[in-house]
Design a protein around this ligand. Structure first.
Ligand code: AMP
Ligand code: ZN
Length: 427
């Protein structure tokens, strides 16, 4: 769709959404009043910036059903995101929300070249988490054969991928590496015995370097895919075969990038906090939801022909930035360095500690490859030194590093947990 036409569509849908929440949700009626905006004031998409922002705290304060626009009767599905602290975030769907979810998820597959001929091995977790059922819905919509494997029991997963001839793998990027490792342990040569040609990986941050690792280890083309429970789950944005940013389903989710401190809009091409407004959701529409994800937006046309805006890979979170001795450290940067050092595996852990009366300490553990480990202590120490130097150069502070034995760092079946910040444990 040409952008001018798309923007007309967005404006109409935005007005409908604002009217809906203004009429049905006391929280939004008050917030719109406080901002001095009425639905009829929205004359162009620029007026979006006049609308109030919504935060995770607002969702918590209205837990579980305070932001619904419809009676619970009209809700046919309730998902929830794994909050590590406190109450989860609720994702309520009407029948039409589910239909739209199928639609945007079908686009995710289509953009990766997946068709009705494919066999999709879906190892995203099934359950409250939106990943499993979201990828399930979209695969059915494109008519692919879906294998609802969910997470865990990795050996069985490898066997099923081989026996059923899976051509597409969907799971978190970290779990894809666990599957690669499991295949290796089982003596299953991925190149000759599996038929995977594409992988659609998301739900957690991963770098370009990680993409190369995954593509090499699993012998497939890896696509980044993005979503969040608050919007709909997966299906919000996804890569096309150009791998030049993720196309946002902009006819359903209006993107903005803002300065996280001032709230001012950030121009296309510059890093800002991603903010989304749902413009077709019925169950729980949200205005200008602050995702806390740091990204760049572009509205330049893509070589693939799609006109939808694109977002960069997630460059970190506005709230996962570690501040260590006054230096801002992004886990994203640590991963990029780790994956460039030869002899290391993409399994790592970041530990931050505040020893009593001492400066904060950053420690990075990374697993050695089996080859490096076999070459002995001296080589391992040498790699450790290189990693230490590269990290210090990139981060601006010197971390302690430990290159550890293969398989010594815990694997995850879903989103990887790579940061242990002991300062949060009440020191
Ligand atoms: P949840 O609602 O629990 O699925 O978590 C959503 C969050 O997961 C997003 O706000 C992002 O921080 C993260 N996330 C999802 N997809 C990606 C991705 N492709 N790259 C980086 N982070 C992602
Ligand atoms: Zn494209």
């Amino acid at each position: 769709m040409p952008r001018a036409e798309l923007e007309q569509l967005q404006l109409g849908r935005l007005r409908t959404t604002v009217e809906l929440v203004c009429n049905q949700v006391p929280f939004y009626r008050q917030a719109l009043d406080a901002a001095g905006v009425r639905p009829q004031d929205l004359r162009s998409l620029h007026d979006l910036q006049r609308l109030p922002l919504t935060t995770k705290q607002d969702l918590r304060a209205n837990y579980p059903f305070g932001l619904l626009t419809v009676p619970l009767d009209a809700i046919v599905r309730l998902h929830a995101s794994s909050g590590t602290t406190g109450k989860p975030t609720v994702g309520p769907y009407t029948a039409r929300d589910l239909a739209n979810w199928g639609e945007v998820m079908a686009r995710v597959y289509a953009a990766a070249g997946v068709t009705g001929q494919d066999i999709v091995h879906n190892a995203y977790g099934y359950g409250l988490f939106t990943g499993g059922l979201g990828f399930h819905l979209g695969a059915e919509r494109v008519g692919a054969a879906i294998v609802p494997a969910s997470g865990g029991l990795s050996k069985r997963q490898v066997m099923l991928m081989e026996d059923f001839g899976a051509t597409v793998l969907t799971c978190t990027p970290s779990y894809s590496l666990v599957l690669a490792e499991t295949a290796q342990e089982l003596g299953v040569d991925i190149r000759t015995r599996l038929r995977l040609r594409a992988g659609i990986f998301g739900a957690e941050p991963w770098t370009e370097a990680m993409r190369q690792e995954i593509e090499a280890k699993l012998n497939l083309e890896a696509f980044d895919t993005f979503g969040l429970t608050e919007m709909i789950g997966p299906g919000v944005a996804s890569e096309c075969i150009r791998h030049d940013g993720m196309h946002i389903a902009e006819d359903h989710f209006l993107p903005e990038a803002i300065d996280p401190d001032s709230g001012a809009p950030v121009p296309d091409g510059e890093v800002g906090e991603l903010v989304f407004t749902t413009i077709t959701r019925e169950g729980q529409p949200l205005l200008r939801y602050r995702t806390r994800d740091r990204i760049r937006l572009t509205r330049e046309p893509c070589a693939c022909g799609r006109t939808m805006a694109r977002m960069s890979k997630v460059l970190g979170r506005t709230d996962d930035m570690l501040i260590i001795r006054g230096v801002n450290v992004y886990p994203f940067n640590i991963e990029s360095v780790v994956l460039k050092v030869p002899g290391l595996e993409p399994h790592y852990l970041i530990l931050v500690d505040r020893p009593k009366d001492q400066l904060d300490e950053l420690e990075v553990w990374v697993e050695a490859s089996a080859e490096l480990w076999q070459r002995g202590e001296y080589q391992v120490r040498e790699t450790e030194q290189k990693l230490h130097k590269d990290l210090a150069d990139t981060l601006g502070i010197a971390p302690r590093v430990r290159v550890r034995e293969p398989h010594s760092i815990q694997r995850s079946e879903g989103k990887a947990r790579r940061i242990i910040d002991k300062r949060e444990l009440g020191s």
